[in-house]
Ligand binder design. Structure first.
Ligand code: ADP
Length: 180
């Protein structure tokens, strides 16, 4: 794991499964508009949470790209799930602004709810086709900028599914923190 401190917030980069982060208050789902189970992150989260999560999600759907909504975590070892709809790269435009909104809106929800620790997957970089390095830069810049204003959130963890993705996050984190 790599940890970078920005103001009083620790930004952690780790390899693993978003559905297996038992020390974290809220995990973020790379959701689809209908907040249903599916492949990738949504599939892993819904499988681990059980059908109660889909039931709780139903009245909240559909959501629009950039939007985030919060539910309970059901059978997951966390307190909450924050569902973000990332942009489909090149279709939902401007994709970079919509991806930024996902991270900002999720962190705003954390502040409202007094959530101390939150874990994100690399939103939009799977089925939604966002090039990983660009998405990584947007994700890290957005949370680094937002960190200064956070009063409740103290840990922001990025959970990468593969070694390759982890390496990209590590490299971009070094670039961004060396600049600032
Ligand atoms: P999107 O539809 O927003 O692109 P995906 O779930 O298809 O979301 O993929 C987002 C990223 O999450 C991809 O990089 C994918 O490899 C990764 N991923 C898939 N499953 C998991 C998991 N269980 N935990 C963490 N990351 C995952």
């Amino acid at each position: 794991m790599k940890i970078v401190d920005v103001n009083d917030v620790s930004i952690e980069i780790t390899k693993g499964d978003i559905a297996n982060q038992p020390d974290i208050d809220a995990i973020v789902n790379a959701a689809n508009a209908w907040l249903r189970t599916g492949g990738g992150v949504a599939g892993a989260i819904h499988r681990a949470a059980g059908v109660g999560l889909e039931e709780e999600c139903r009245p909240l759907a559909p959501i629009r790209p950039g939007e985030a909504v919060i539910t309970g975590a059901h059978n997951l070892p966390n307190r909450f799930v924050i569902h973000c709809l990332g942009p489909v790269f090149g279709t939902d435009k401007p994709s970079d602004k919509l991806l930024e909104e996902c991270y900002r809106n999720a962190l705003s929800i954390c502040e409202e709810k007094g959530i101390v620790s939150v874990a994100f997957p690399a939103i939009s970089t799977g089925a939604f086709g966002y090039p990983l390095e660009d998405a990584t830069r947007t994700a890290l810049k957005t949370v680094t900028e937002k960190a200064a204003g956070l009063e409740k959130v103290r840990i922001i963890r990025f959970v990468l599914f593969s070694e390759k993705d982890y390496k990209v996050f590590e490299k971009v984190t070094d670039e961004i923190t060396l600049q600032s």
